[in-house]
Design a binder for this molecule. Structure first.
Ligand code: WT7
Length: 651
């Protein structure tokens, strides 16, 4: 394991100004959008809403702000699926490819805007046929196949809110999310391809419905892999059967600008995930604006690719809603980047002539480990803009991306945002801002951020807590069913400010450097995982009496989960038991939350008030190299914990 890279701040001298040829053709080639937004940000966002979207009815008021509750584009009516599909078809662009989809085994489908619209209308009628109505919630648990955006857009067409559950999550996660949202329907597939094999999904849904999620009336199943799953008569329905009889006549219904578009659950500092609420007009304005300007999208010529999973917000905003609203052609890929070879991504970039690639630092670090010979096998010169998202990008990874993928000349946009923010918040516009490797640079036009110290006073240079000072159109409208938690989580730490949960540093030039979470939330491969949630899953194992979880720096995944556990008296420490405990978390929460290392200890260091000394535990974890294993009560670990605790280190 290398030296920690997250949270380390060194002065970065290298700067990369936009190339003159890029500036000359850029959607934004000067500061005018920033100036316009600084002068009057409500007027700025209202212009974007009118320029980028088609409204059935224009809005009368831009913003109603009753801290911390915002409403944008009041009185306006629009339909998200109309904006993503119908209007492009009506304008004669129906034959344009919306998605070049590629399955992991290699199947290829080019789905046009007109074809996508037909599928969406049909599936919207399927939903109506099952009695779903505006305001209902539907859970979606699917692999990266075209039926996933079809399902989402069909929901949006009739005002049903989707709640997409990442396909790597467990049955428990499905139960929690369906219960919390009282979802009436689950849309799934038999399985999806991952690393050359069919990874089952339907059986996990069955397990969930066998134990809970009582609100679910039906399950719609796409036959992706032909694995012949069990179908419960009356409850489970095949996608292809329903679609065979569905009419493709389904006009887009005008929705209120504040109609709930979707829920997306994300981990917080407690064990219960939060259902983040996104609505229609403001969300779509922000994702369309940022997609167009941050990636410098030219819909007539670009082939854009966001290599994320739609199960996360990145996929919602930048695979589905942003790109389709802007009418661009996208690539959508089902599988993993190492199947069949470690050059799969570069092969795809070359074959489709991808112009924008959007991926995560954890993936870039993996590509670095695989070696520069992999991208070198392919012609990547079609690329124009490279994006990064999900976690701080260390300067080494930034430089590697720049050199080996970007031919040392393409701009990199490091985009900081969150499930809660809906769209990009802090990122350079590639034709305007001189970048520095590892910095997300500054806020986009129309977004206003400030670093503050512990007491909430603004910090001009140096470290602080990242806060947002004014409402923005894509902001979450709340936490489903829990307005108090919304206020407490985001708006109470610093008065009148949205607190993101991240620490950051401002350099002398006013550039922002994100340093990672300052709360009990880990960031593993760009995914947010709560320490509390993992701790609950650990103590849920019959052998575990007590557990403490910390994030340790990891060369590839950014952070890795390390769980310290104390066994119940009747259990003897063994590597096998530790591995069973790790596996238990994998089953409870999903594989991404399985600790990399479980350390069985006789005791946990606590402060006098009984608080576990997490910082000490994370120091100990960071001080040694830990593998994908169980470490038994290694006397070295125990001694070090005891020694440091004795020295009076406290959290
Ligand atoms: C957290 C949000 C936004 C989509 C993916 C993650 C971290 C995100 C960056 C970045 C540094 C970043 C933050 C944030 N994060 N992007 N460019 N630089 N940190 O969404 O699961 O809601 O997680 O991811 O810590 O708070 P999410």
């Amino acid at each position: 394991m290398s030296e920690p890279t997250i949270g380390v701040f060194e002065v970065e001298e290298r700067t990369f100004p936009p190339a003159p040829e890029f500036v000359a053709n850029a959607n934004a080639g000067d500061r005018s959008l920033y100036d316009e937004a600084d002068a009057d940000y409500e007027a700025f966002w209202s212009r974007q809403a009118r320029d980028l979207l088609s409204w059935h009815k224009d809005f009368d008021q831009v913003l109603e702000w009753q801290l911390p509750f915002a409403k944008w584009f009041i009185g306006g009516e629009l339909n998200v699926s109309y904006n993503c599909l119908d209007r492009h078809v009506e304008a004669g662009r129906g034959d344009k490819v919306a998605f070049h989809w590629e399955g992991e085994p290699g199947e290829k489908i080019a789905l046009t805007y007109a074809e996508l619209l037909t599928e969406v209308k049909k599936f919207a009628n399927v939903l109506k046929g099952l009695g779903l109505q505006k305001g209902d919630r539907v859970a979606v648990y699917m692999p990266m196949i075209l039926e996933l955006p079809i399902a989402m857009l069909a929901c949006a067409r009739i005002g049903v809110a989707h709640s997409v559950i990442f396909g790597g999550f467990s049955a428990d996660a499905i139960i929690d999310r369906c219960d919390d949202a009282t979802a009436r329907l689950v849309i799934t597939a038999d399985a999806g391809y991952r690393r050359g094999a069919a990874a089952p999904l339907k059986s996990t849904v069955d397990e969930a419905l066998g134990r809970g999620a009582a609100s679910v009336e039906h399950v719609i199943v796409v036959d992706r892999c032909g694995t012949d799953p069990e179908m419960t008569t009356g409850r489970d329905l095949w996608w292809h059967d329903l679609m065979a009889d569905a009419s493709d006549d389904c006009p887009a219904e005008p929705m209120d600008a504040e109609q709930l578009l979707y829920l997306l659950y994300t981990s917080g500092t407690t064990a219960k995930p939060k259902g983040i609420m996104h609505t229609t007009g403001g969300y779509l304005t922000q994702v369309a604006f940022t997609h167009k300007y941050v990636f410098d999208i030219k819909p007539d010529t670009d082939v854009y690719w966001c290599a994320a999973d739609i199960g996360w917000v990145t996929g919602h905003s930048y695979i589905v809603y942003g790109p389709l609203t802007n009418g661009v052609t996208s690539v959508m890929y089902e599988g993993t980047p190492d199947t069949p070879g470690k050059d799969r991504l570069w092969d795809i970039v070359e074959r489709y002539g991808v112009t924008q690639l959007y991926t995560a630092p954890t993936a870039i670090r993996m590509f670095m480990r695989w070696g520069a010979q992999e991208p070198a096998k392919h012609d990547l010169t079609s690329l124009r803009v490279l994006g990064s998202v999900g976690e701080p990008i260390n300067p080494e990874a930034w430089m590697w991306y720049h050199e080996h993928i970007g031919g040392s000349s393409r701009p990199i946009v490091d985009t900081w945002w969150q499930t809660e923010t809906g769209g990009h918040m802090i990122t350079p516009l590639p034709g305007v801002i001189t970048t520095k490797p590892g910095s997300a640079c500054g806020t986009i036009p129309g977004v206003f951020a400030e670093l503050v110290d512990d007491a909430g006073n603004p910090v001009a240079v140096g470290g602080g807590y990242l806060t947002i000072t004014r409402p923005w159109p894509g902001m979450l409208r709340g936490i489903w069913g829990d307005p108090d938690r919304y206020r407490d989580t985001y708006w109470s730490r610093f008065e009148g400010r949205y607190f993101a949960g991240d620490g950051a540093k401002l350099d002398e030039d006013g550039y922002l450097w994100l340093l990672g979470r300052v709360d009990d939330v880990m960031n593993v491969s760009g995914h947010r995982i709560s320490t509390t949630e993992v701790e609950s899953a650990l103590v849920d194992h019959r052998a575990v009496a007590e557990a403490a979880v910390v994030g340790a720096n990891d060369e590839i995944t950014g952070q890795a989960i390390v769980g310290y556990v104390i066994l119940r008296g009747e259990y003897e420490p063994s590597a096998a038991l530790g591995d069973e405990i790790r596996e238990h978390v994998g089953v409870k929460l999903g594989k991404i939350a399985r600790p990399k290392t479980v350390i069985i200890v006789p005791d946990l260091p606590k402060t006098r008030s009984g608080k576990i000394m997490r910082r000490l535990l994370s120091d100990v974890a960071n001080g040694r190299s830990l593998g994908d294993t169980t470490t038994l009560a290694d006397p070295g670990v125990v001694a070090e914990i005891a020694e440091r605790a004795q020295a009076g280190e406290e959290d």
